[in-house]
Design a binder for this molecule. Structure first.
Ligand SMILES: NC(=O)C1=CN([C@@H]2O[C@H](COP(=O)(O)OP(=O)(O)OC[C@H]3O[C@@H](n4cnc5c(N)ncnc54)[C@H](O)[C@@H]3O)[C@@H](O)[C@H]2O)C=CC1
Ligand SMILES: O=C(CO)COP(=O)(O)O
Length: 408
């Protein structure tokens, strides 16, 4: 599968995306560069004792606070719930998320209001662990504090979704709210990484990408630890799409298991899901190779094969016959795939990409299609070639990059 995909990629990838996703930061006379502009950079990071503010004290924000709390950084965790802030600072426990865990003593909870400009400008790092649908409103407020774009903190985003209504990736939300320079400096961490395993220090690896590769390197240096490996790259669009799309396929895999289908069916969904993700990503303008990395197949495999995944769990319960509203209201945590399925449906329709599994997930979630009917329809599809990456068409990535001032 890997060899086949690589061969097809070599044959079919158009020139523009490959140039586009080369490193933006290492231009030198020895490595001629297609882009002619200065990439924005965050302020220099101290070798030790960075001041890090994590926005979002849910499962993942709390987990990443704990991860950074292992080092000698000053870690601040913003929570929207006053009670959670108070309890955390007294007892080093998060009342609502990962409630069993004893957090490091060098994490200070702040909130419930968003920290003010003076506090934000003191920070070396801002890490956003806010679900995608709430990012725009928070960035709009925070942008007032990011006045000096030449002294930005290192910006890290870990959410995995597509915004409802706009179908925007996080890069676009950042550009809309904070401007193109902030979006170009933003870094994205994604990969197979359940919060509850990271806090138990289980060996884990993730992808870290940015249009400004030097920023990705800074984020990687901050997170890299003996039990946590980071691999850097320069395809943030592919990394973002990987994280958002895998959640939709995790719902499909959960549905199949919930219906009582077994290993063959789940393996089919994972593999065909990877093919769909790669086609959607390529049509969008991302590098197909990104989908073979940790953020792509790595996270797809993780979330499609574990009941620890909220998205898998939503699918499983749908397969068992529970109504969606009941599942969402009792899940106790976000399952980004449910909202992202809407954006994915619009994107595949616009791009004309054949993505029958994503299409069926959307229909089960929003058109009352029975899960069993969805699987039956997938099995009844006419035989087709295993993998054909789209080569033509206008790519949304080009428009997004033009918005960021990254057009060639
Ligand atoms: N939990 C995990 O293992 C991983 C989660 N992620 C991603 O990280 C993001 C956050 O996920 P979790 O922390 O797991 O979710 P969660 O459901 O555990 O927590 C959600 C957080 O969002 C906050 N929130 C709700 N409404 C908000 C608003 N209007 N403004 C600001 N914050 C608001 C909540 O207070 C809470 O802190 C998601 O995009 C998820 O896909 C990524 C990797 C792993
Ligand atoms: O993205 C995740 C792990 O990498 C978490 O997946 P869920 O949001 O489905 O729980």
């Amino acid at each position: 599968m890997l060899t086949l995909t690589l061969r097809i990629c070599r044959l079919h990838c158009s020139t523009l995306p490959r140039q586009a996703f080369r490193s933006f930061s290492n231009a030198s006379p020895l490595s001629p560069h297609p882009f002619r502009f200065t990439m924005p950079a965050s302020k220099p990071q101290p070798a030790a004792n960075s001041k890090v503010l994590i926005l979002g004290a849910g499962n993942f924000g709390s987990c990443l606070a704990e991860h950074l709390g292992d080092s000698d950084h000053s870690v601040f965790l913003w929570a929207r719930e006053a009670e959670l802030v108070k309890h955390f600072n007294l007892h080093h426990k998060n009342l609502k998320y990962l409630p069993e865990h004893d957090f490091s003593k060098n994490i200070t909870a702040v909130g419930p209001d968003l920290p003010d400009g003076d506090f934000i400008n003191e920070m070396d790092v801002l890490l956003f662990a806010i679900p995608t649908q709430f990012l725009r409103q928070n960035l709009t407020i925070l942008n007032r504090s990011l006045k000096d774009k030449a002294k930005l903190p290192l910006l890290i985003f870990v959410n995995k979704g597509i915004e409802i209504g706009t179908d925007a990736l996080t890069l676009e939300i950042i550009a809309d709210t904070c401007g193109a320079d902030v979006a170009k400096a933003a870094t994205f961490i994604s990969g197979p990484s359940f919060a509850k395993e990271i806090v138990r220090r289980r060996p884990t690896s993730v992808s870290v990408a940015s249009f400004t590769e030097a920023e990705a390197k800074k984020a990687s240096d901050l997170f890299h630890q003996p039990h946590f490996r980071c691999y850097t790259g320069s395809d943030p669009i592919g990394i973002e799409l990987s994280g958002a799309l895998k959640n939709v396929y995790a719902i499909a895999a959960g549905m199949s298991d919930g219906l009582g289908y077994e290993n063959n069916t789940r393996a089919m969904i994972i593999t065909r899901g990877l093919a769909e993700m790669t086609c959607i990503g390529t049509a969008y303008g991302a590098s197909p190779l990104t989908f073979l990395g940790l953020a792509g197949v790595g996270d797809l495999f993780l979330t499609c094969s574990s009941s620890s995944s909220r998205n898998y769990t939503v699918g499983y319960r749908l397969g068992q016959g529970e109504p969606l509203q009941k599942i969402i209201s009792t899940l106790g945590s976000v399952a980004e795939g449910v909202s992202t399925a809407k954006g994915v449906k619009t994107i595949i329709d616009k791009l004309g990409v054949n993505a029958p599994i994503a299409e069926r997930v959307y229909q089960v979630l929003y058109d009352d299609k029975a899960t069993k009917t969805a699987v039956q329809e997938l099995m009844d599809l006419p035989a087709s070639r295993e993998l054909e990456l789209p080569t033509m068409g206008s790519k949304p990535a080009q428009q997004l990059m033009a918005k960021l001032g990254l057009s060639i």
